[in-house]
Design a protein around this ligand. Sequence first.
Ligand code: C2E
Ligand code: MG
Ligand code: MG
Ligand code: MG
Length: 279
Amino acid sequence: QAKTAGRSTLRFFDPDMQAAVTQRATLEGELRAAFAKDEFLLQYQPQSDRSGRVVGVEALVRWRHPGRGLVAPAEFIGLAEETGLILPLGRWVLNQACKLLARWQSDPYLAQLTMAVNVSSLQFRDTSFVEDVLRVLAMNGAPANRLKLELTESLLVENMEATIATMEALCAHGVGFALDDFGTGYSSLTYLKRMPLTQLKIDRSFVRDLLTDPNDAAIIHTIIALSRSLGLEVIAEGVESIEQRDMLARAGCHFYQGYLCSPALSEDALQRFVRDRVG
Ligand code: C2E
Ligand code: MG
Ligand code: MG
Ligand code: MG
């Protein structure tokens, strides 16, 4: 039945679907307005080394919704991508992150930190992306070699040559690249080798059951071996327990991010967190 209906047939008789459409339209309107109302904010999740020292942060966007409180990115990034709103939002995120990165430079401890920023593929594909990133860095007086852009594997397979060209243009200025949620997509090893990457980021889903699922443990060992042979740093995300961290350390993982160290923090809380740990 559905197969013969044809692609152009509109079907609006499903009340659940109608409700979803309305809800989506509401969310889209609110998302557009959120910009003008300055409702977005960034939080920063620490990344630590084996000794527990904070070496960097990942900037994570949140939406302070008037009725719903702090909304997680999973609830609006997808829609922002579909509607193109991710372009101005992504630029805003990058600007905020670079502003903070510049401010850190006058502090002996904070100046050492790297700032990781998530970049969605639509943003990365934008013809002015390289120019935008360099301008935002320069405008804020932020050091390019402290900025790390997090890309996902899907981006790499879409248009390899253009992706490499964009990465190399930024890499020449010192910008680093992390491959986010690594292991959940499908990267060809040849491509990985050609890409100017700094870091592989082991996806949280492999870390979660690391202690009980031998397959996850095997995958983690493989990713770490791979990063070593490619000369890349490796960081694990979603590290929640000491046992997970110890196991990762034994497997040769360099860096950790997760609730064990800290959840994402406000700018002020992060500064206190870093300074407290330096002693
Ligand atoms: P991600 O880049 O993989 O970020 C890590 C996510 O894992 C964050 O969720 C973080 O809060 C969460 N997390 C960190 N440690 C733990 C842990 O120990 N246990 C568990 N269960 N979770 C942990 P969040 O902030 O909700 O972000 C979700 C995703 O939204 C991010 O995944 C990223 O893909 C996307 N995102 C966030 N900010 C931005 C942004 O500015 N731009 C774009 N394009 N995407 C963003
Ligand atoms: Mg990320
Ligand atoms: Mg990730
Ligand atoms: Mg993830």
